[in-house]
Design a protein around this ligand. Structure first.
Ligand code: CO
Ligand code: CO
Length: 312
């Protein structure tokens, strides 16, 4: 969840304020990237939950082109219902992911809550001349997505008892994939804009990138990578409340072709946890991604327009 724009202090040290994936604050020539995110469990195993939550929190630093350095854990839990060992496992999972990202846990805070919640506040650094902002896409750019969508639907199906943990392994593996490599490639490819696909879904984050500009994002539905079995789960009613909310909230800014079904609209609005990077770049720089071997799909193109999303 991102804080909307309009709360910027006006300090010259604030290079990026609310409205982007993370804030950037300049101190003694070093640009700090700061972000916080906290989520409820989406898998049954506490270690895996902690690891996914850490990936999700780190993602906003990578979405800015930064490198995470340190983090603080925030955990809410009902102290009378939970074994302390559960929280320990959650934290262990987070630490494993932090190790992979070369970042450390230096503290944290717990609070009493009826439902388990866990997240990280992360501080990183970024080259202040190479900040990947959510806005900045230019006419003619290609639009890339680096992970398939559908994690919200898949984890809703797990909660609803429609599938077992073993059935959502693909979704879990993607949620445990750091956006570190994708971020580095986006910098190498001189990306014009970048954000990570999280709670607002692919459509919501695309709207955020295009809104109030003179370009449109023209997206080809067939080019969007989707986790296996996701459409079947939608047919079975496994759609999270957030997908309906996102669709309702953003649809006025999206032009869906007449043949796009309601189910597909919900899929494109599915809130993601630890989703991929949504990147715009010049076609001449695409080779950076092609040579890397990393998973990505070119889902569309930036065209002259008025800040809308067009889905064909
Ligand atoms: Co973000
Ligand atoms: Co965020």
């Amino acid at each position: 969840m991102h804080i909307p724009e309009g709360q910027v202090s006006g300090n010259v040290e604030v290079l990026v304020g609310p409205g982007d994936d993370a804030g950037v604050y300049l101190i003694n020539g070093i640009a700090l990237v700061e972000t916080v995110d906290i989520i409820t469990p989406l898998v049954n195993d506490p270690f895996t939950f902690g690891a996914i939550s850490a990936c999700n929190s780190l993602s906003d630093v990578y979405a800015m082109g930064g490198k995470p350095l340190s983090s603080l854990a925030i955990a809410g839990y009902p102290s009378c219902d939970y074994e302390p060992s559960v929280l320990k496992e959650v934290i262990k999972g987070a630490i494993e992911i932090l190790r992979k990202s070369n970042a450390v846990l230096i503290g944290g805070h717990t609070f009493e809550d009826p439902e388990l919640k866990f997240g990280l506040s992360v501080t990183g650094i970024v080259n202040h001349k190479m900040i990947l902002r959510a806005k900045g896409a230019e006419e003619g750019d290609l639009i890339l997505l680096t992970k398939p969508i559908g994690t919200g639907i898949q984890t809703t199906a797990l909660k609803g008892g429609k599938v077992a943990d073993s059935n959502i392994k693909e979704a879990v593996d993607w949620m445990l994939t750091l956006n570190d490599v994708a971020s580095m490639l986006a910098l190498d490819a001189k990306a014009t804009a970048c954000t990570d696909v999280t709670g607002f879904g692919l459509m919501g984050h695309a709207v955020n990138m295009a809104r109030e500009s003179s370009i449109d994002f023209v997206i080809q539905k067939e080019r969007i990578p989707v986790l296996e079995n996701t459409l079947i789960l939608i047919d079975e009613g496994m759609v999270p409340e957030g997908a309906y909310n996102n669709l309702r909230f953003f649809q006025a800014e999206i032009d869906f072709a007449s043949y796009i079904s309601d189910e597909e609209k919900l899929l494109l609005s599915d809130p993601q946890t630890s989703g991929g990077l949504l990147i715009t770049l010049k076609e001449e720089n695409l080779a950076v991604f092609e040579k890397s071997g990393i998973f990505f799909s070119i889902i569309g193109k930036v065209q002259k327009g008025c800040g809308r999303i067009v889905v064909k």
